[in-house]
Design a protein around this ligand. Structure first.
Ligand code: KG4
Ligand code: ZN
Length: 333
């Protein structure tokens, strides 16, 4: 009998529902939330209200697109965390209600584990591989031993790589989320025009807060001399900031991969949509003879397809959740 999963993702500011059949994605519907642009960042209370409005139509659309009827569903999966607690609550409550009403098993999924398992939607890295997970809230190097067996070998001590993009973009006057806009502008800029210091952090860990402060002080100094400095150098600033972030990320990944003697690398999370990171990541793989995996663009940022993938493997392991399960704002791998 086929395993058919209805999966819900609501950890941050995207409401998403997906349907999978035997680990093949039949539908993956994502509703973004424009409301946060105005505020320069995600406003948690507005996010949970938007999830409440979006969740029923999004699930409905995913089911229609998949051609699957409610009677065929084997289990309902949801993101348990990490994420914004109010946002998570909407997805968890919906999944519980749906499962209870239709007498279906529930499967809870760790969002970070799901980002990594998005690789199995279209490809099949072999175990063990190292995954660099870079999102708005997390930056980790994870040793993936099996579908559900993972170990964090390095992570950020402060800000995530996505935050480094978004916050420095904000300093340049770009609207939220600044990462994709910085990516676009960087294509027209000179990445070697401005040099920013890279942090010296032990082991395979990262830090972005010192880098962020150095960009801020640099801009303040230059704007004092020339009030139009940012406008006149916007593309070069974007290219130089982006290059520094990518350098920081890939140097650590290369160091960890060599040290652990791993032959396959993968990239996951929202920041893996960054074109420079994708290009240089592939280059890194080629240079060292490592297989390098990047998920399709639509599976890089938050989506429920990756939740369905994680749930599929949990279903095979019979890892079901009970009706009294609660979301976790902090949920470690
Ligand atoms: O994984 P994700 O969708 O949500 C979280 O779980 O955080 O990641 C969102 C992050 C944001 O910081 C956003 O600016 C960044 O991914 N991002 C990018 C690009 N596309 C999304 N950063 C740089 N370049 C991009 N093209
Ligand atoms: Zn994410």
């Amino acid at each position: 009998m086929s395993i058919i999963i209805l999966a819900i993702e609501s950890s941050c500011d995207d409401t998403s529902a997906a349907v999978s059949k035997d680990a093949k994605i039949l539908a993956n519907v994502i509703a973004g939330q424009k409301v946060h642009e105005l505020w320069g960042g995600v406003v948690p209370e507005l996010a949970s209200r938007a999830h409440q409005q979006n969740i029923v139509p999004v699930v409905d659309a995913a089911l229609k697109q998949s051609g699957i009827s409610k009677d065929e569903i084997s289990a309902v999966a949801f993101t348990r965390g990490p994420g914004l607690i109010g946002s998570l609550l909407v997805g968890v409550s919906f999944a519980k209600a749906f499962a209870l009403a239709r007498n279906l098993p529930l499967i809870e999924v760790n969002h970070m584990q799901a980002h990594i398992l998005s690789h199995f939607i279209d490809s099949k890295p072999s175990f063990p591989f190292l995954c660099l997970t870079v999102s708005g809230g997390h930056t980790q190097i994870v040793l993936v031993k099996n579908y559900l067996e993972m170990e964090v070998v390095g992570e950020t001590l402060d800000d995530a790589a996505g935050e480094a993009f978004d916050k420095t973009a904000k300093m340049l006057g770009l609207p939220y989320p600044g990462g994709p806009l910085m990516d676009k502008r960087a294509k027209e800029g000179n990445p070697d025009k401005f040099i920013f210091p890279e942090p010296q952090i032990a082991d395979f860990n990262f830090s972005f807060s010192g880098f962020k402060t150095s960009v801020l002080y640099f801009l303040q100094r230059e704007v004092k001399k020339n009030p139009d400095f940012v406008q006149e150098n916007l593309n070069d600033l974007c290219a130089s900031i982006q290059k520094t972030i990518v350098d920081i990320l890939l140097k650590k990944l290369e160091k960890a991969t060599k040290k652990l003697n791993i032959k396959e690398i993968a990239l996951a999370g929202g920041v893996s949509a960054n074109s420079e990171l994708r290009r240089r990541f592939e280059e890194l793989g080629k240079k060292n003879g490592w297989a390098a995996y990047i998920p399709k663009f639509e599976y890089c940022t938050d989506n429920a397809a990756m939740i369905a993938m994680a749930a599929h493997y949990k279903f095979l392991n019979k890892e079901f959740a009970s009706q009294d399960i609660e979301p976790l704002a902090r949920y470690y791998l």
